[in-house]
Design a protein around this ligand. Sequence first.
Ligand code: IMP
Length: 199
Amino acid sequence: MKIILASHNLHKVEEMKTVLRDLSVEIITLDDYPEVGDIEETGETLEENALLKARTVNRITGIPAIGDDTGLEVDSLDGGPGVYSARYAGEHATYEDNINKLLAEMSDMGENERTARFRTVAAFVDGETELTSEGKIEGMITFEPKGMFGFGYDPLFFIPEMNCTFAELSAEEKNKISHRGHALRNLYKHLSALWSSKL
Ligand code: IMP
């Protein structure tokens, strides 16, 4: 059996592949499917967007698909940027634009106002079954970027238990504790249960 990852984001795809390595299925990417263009995130929740990505890619390729959507939720910004994390600084914002905007918005906030979490919803769609699963991790927004690994908001996301930001962890270390790692491992458990019940 094959599963296709419904993302053009190479960082994400690498993380997803690593977590799903143990699944006894072949993991393929959108590289061989140029007909799948950018999928607009029109949903109002992470779950809607994750399902939208997985459904679109499953419909076009005919292959069971896994999509994910992630939001950074800052408590003192009422859970924002949340589902709008990718477009926080505008429609074509870069990671750097988003980081700068977040730091500017929070510039007068003290340490106790900087609590936040990453939340991911992962979705599996094969035309018959639809499954979703969630993962999250609690942390704090730093006062300046730190670390060189990862992507997106990673240099601003400090994990107290690790005493460092996501961008200071290797991909392997990040996957063990991250929102995406948890969401995909939960999805994997649901899928395994589903498949063994069908045997
Ligand atoms: P999406 O899931 O691709 O819509 O991601 C939303 C936004 O959150 C994008 O700007 C990503 O760069 C950012 N993002 C998603 N996952 C992560 C992560 O694991 N670390 C840091 N930023 C992330």
